[in-house]
Design a protein around this ligand. Structure first.
Ligand code: SD4
Length: 330
């Protein structure tokens, strides 16, 4: 069921991937100078929706822009897509029918900002950046985050699309209001970029687990769990069951493994293995990590098969790759 869903998603993407690759290939024309300087602009993102997010981020990187601007521009594309049910508008609601969003962003100077349990604002990633840049704080939540967003000029809008509302009502009938771990909704976008100046940044944004308890916050807006960046070492982000990621301080641990000399893929694998060890019952405990080091090398690893990610770098077309996994089948 799971692999079939992923397969269908990948197949359905075939046509649009062609379009994305074409545009990206055209974009490479401007990257020769960046490469000559010995830098390697690269951007990687979780899941298939990472293709379009990479394309937007690449436009910024190609023009010599910052990784920070790239990772904000990139995931805004995913947030604005009403057909994605795990990020921004169109996200599946909590069990009471509220779409509540979590996001965070971190730059090469270890500046960071986050919002959690934010409602009615389409671009939580941009609010997170404002928290980082306009306040002395790192995280704002709920009504406070909304109040801040409105004061910054963000407009309130209804994020519950008719399609998501229909799915929620069907769920209510079936699940009888019992919160469940929804393995079909682990499609958060995390994006990591290295710019032509040699600086790293990352972003992460999600509507979280579908039909969660009202007020539940996962790993995605928590710096160190859903995302972590250390410019001297590398960056990492997480997707999957947030509770499992938080339990091992996931993304910061991936970065620490890279600090200790592990490759991005090895670093992700070690932290995945830690999650596997800490859960006696691994049913539905899917987590994937994605990592990028300061040299522009990247890698990923997940608990179960099915996790994939999009890569865009100067010498190759925007493309998808499957992560290796600890368990060989679900
Ligand atoms: C969370 N990690 O809220 C998120 C869910 C998700 O890909 O979809 N991750 O737990």
């Amino acid at each position: 069921m799971k692999s079939r869903r992923k397969f269908l998603k990948i197949s359905a993407l075939g046509g649009s991937m062609l379009g994305s690759s074409f545009t990206i290939a055209k974009a490479f024309a401007g990257t020769a100078d960046l490469q000559k300087k010995g830098k390697k602009p690269v951007v990687i993102s979780t899941w298939n929706h990472g293709m379009d997010a990479n394309e937007a981020a690449w436009k910024v990187l190609k023009a010599g822009g910052t990784a920070l601007d790239a990772v904000e521009a990139g995931v805004r594309v995913t947030e604005a897509d009403p057909n994605g049910h795990s990020v921004g508008i169109g996200g599946y609601p909590d069990r009471d029918g509220n779409v509540t969003l979590d996001a965070c962003i971190m730059d090469h100077n270890s500046n960071c900002g986050a919002v959690a349990f934010l409602q009615n604002i389409k671009h939580p990633i941009s609010v997170a950046r404002k928290v980082m840049e306009e306040t002395p704080h790192v995280m704002l939540v709920g009504q406070g985050a909304l109040q801040f967003a409105k004061a910054q000029g963000f407009k309130e809008e209804n994020l519950l699309t008719p399609e998501a509302e229909k799915a929620w009502k069907e769920w209510l009938e079936k699940a009888k209001y019992q919160p469940v771990i929804n393995i079909e909704n682990h499609d958060t976008i995390g994006q990591l970029a290295l710019d032509s100046h040699g600086n790293l940044s990352g972003s992460c944004t999600t509507s979280g687990a579908a039909y969660k308890l009202h007020g539940r916050v996962g790993d995605s807006p928590i710096i160190g769990a859903g995302l972590f960046v250390d410019n001297e070492v590398g960056a990492a982000c997480a997707t999957g069951l947030g509770e499992a990621v938080v339990r091992v301080a996931g993304s910061s641990m991936v970065v620490e493994q890279m600090r200790n000399g592990k490759s991005p893929m090895e670093a992700c694998k070690i932290v995945v293995e830690r999650i596997v060890k800490k859960h006696k019952d691994l049913t539905n405990v899917q987590v994937g990590f994605l990592a990028l080091n300061h040299k522009g090398e990247y890698g990923a690893y997940s608990v179960y098969p099915g996790f994939n990610y999009a890569i865009c770098e100067a010498d190759q077309a925007n493309r998808m790759e499957d992560a290796k996994s600890k368990m060989k089948k679900w």
